[in-house]
Design a protein around this ligand. Sequence first.
Ligand code: SAM
Length: 321
Amino acid sequence: HRTESTPMSTLRTHDDTWDIATSVGSTAVMVAAARAGETDNPDPLIRDPYARILVEGAGTGMWESMLDESMADRVEAADPEAAAIFRHMGNYQAVRTHFFDAFFADAAAAGIRQIVILASGLDSRAYRLDWPAGTRVYEIDQPKVLEYKATTLAEHGVRPAAEVHEVPVDLRQDWAAALRGRGFDPTQPTAWLAEGLLMYLPADAQDRLFEQVTELSAPGSRVSAEAIAHRDESRRAEMRERFEKFADQLGFDRRIDIGELTYNDPARADLVEWLNAHGWTASGVPSVDEMRRLGRWVDIPMGDQPNAFATFVIGERLGSR
Ligand code: SAM
């Protein structure tokens, strides 16, 4: 039984909260900054025209360095291996966004009109993807995170491309009731996404999350997720040390240590196995393969270690509609 905190994360408790610029909230800004960077590339894999607006309004943090164009050259000069890791991270985010954009395009083409984005953060898919008329997108995240995104986009005159319903609730609480309360219809097939989320949940919360997703999924529903395996603690320590070294060299603001916000939980279920045992037909694409396929692989130290990277999981709920 878990009490206030677990040994896996020194910064977290079972009922902690945050806004966009603190704790787990700030991780949403970091990935939005990566999308903004990719969008500015000469040959971008994805385009997120709202990422920059959302990052710029989020206040002070490491993401400011990520939007600074001179930063890449400074990192390259200070530590070429670190520069490669940065390029790798940027490519990873681009490939991940690309993968789940395609998941939603396929789901829409298959006739699914009910979408749930779990831990939506600064995901702007409800505003930037080409949704068929009548599509409803439910966004679940902590209240202040949802409020920040909706307010910032509205202030910039950005309008949703689907019917957006915000569900301000913690995913460790009874979010299913909150979702239904906003009009979600469990008799309709749904396409679900959990991107950049599972590492912030302990293993038992991940199981409960997918139990509820399964209960709410009519036949023909689809699920997608970024799944992370348990990582070797020594590798984590090595990455942390390297990061601290060049953060000091480059004068980065490093008030947040993302590694310390995650649960590197050895008890975490393998999501593909879990889904296949609970009424879904699921499979996983190793992110490494997807990066290579899209020509976005960068060689980095320890890059070939098993479990070093994520798996992109997709599944379909068995049964006919
Ligand atoms: N999915 C978005 C994306 O890929 O751009 C955001 C990813 S960000 C790395 C992590 C997000 O998970 C944050 O927005 C955070 O607020 C949300 N999150 C993490 N744990 C949560 C929880 N227990 N309940 C609700 N939201 C949570």
